[in-house]
Design a protein. Structure first.
Length: 145
C-alpha cells in the first residue's frame, strides 16, 4: 500500500504544483502543513480546466478509494493521511467547480459540496484517535463555513 501511495502522491505533485510550493510557503510542522493546505484550497481554481482535472483525476481517485475502503487505518503512516487529505481537497475543489465525476468513485454526485464534506468527515473520523486525524476534522469543519 505505501509503495502505491508514494506513486500516487508523486503523480499528484508532478501534475499539480501546490500553492504552498509556488508561493514559497514553508511549514514548520505537520499541523502547519495541514492548516496551510486547507487555507490554500480555495486557490485551486485552475483545477477547473478540463485538461488539468483529467490528468489528476486517476491519482485523486486512488486516494478517495483508499479512504473509502480503509475502515481501520491502524498501520497508516501519517504522510499517507496528509496526502489523502490533500487529494480530498483537490476533489472538493473539483466538485465546487462543477467538474463531472469529481468524486464519483466515492459515490458523491456532481456539485454536491455538502455531500463531499460529509463523506470526508466520515472517512477521516476513522483517524480521530491521532492528533493528525483530529486536526483534519477541525479543518474540514472550517471548509463548511
Amino acid at each position: 500500500m505505501h509503495a502505491t501511495a508514494t506513486w500516487e502522491t508523486a503523480m499528484i505533485e508532478l501534475h499539480l504544483w501546490s500553492p504552498a510550493h509556488t508561493g514559497g510557503i514553508v511549514a514548520s510542522s505537520l499541523d502547519a502543513v495541514v492548516n496551510q493546505s486547507t487555507s490554500l484550497a480555495p486557490s485551486y481554481e485552475f483545477l477547473w480546466e478540463a485538461d488539468t482535472a483529467k490528468a489528476i483525476q486517476p491519482h485523486v481517485d486512488w486516494f478517495l478509494r483508499y479512504l473509502d475502503t480503509t475502515l481501520e487505518p491502524d498501520m497508516e503512516a501519517p504522510w499517507v493521511a496528509v496526502y489523502a487529505y490533500k487529494a480530498f481537497l483537490i476533489a472538493w475543489q473539483l466538485v465546487r467547480g462543477g467538474i463531472p465525476n469529481a468524486m464519483l468513485v466515492a459515490g458523491i454526485a456532481d456539485g454536491d459540496v455538502e455531500g463531499a464534506l460529509g463523506w470526508a468527515r466520515k472517512v477521516f473520523r476513522r483517524r480521530q484517535r491521532w492528533q493528525l486525524g483530529r486536526l483534519i476534522l477541525t479543518c474540514l469543519d472550517g471548509l463548511g463555513d
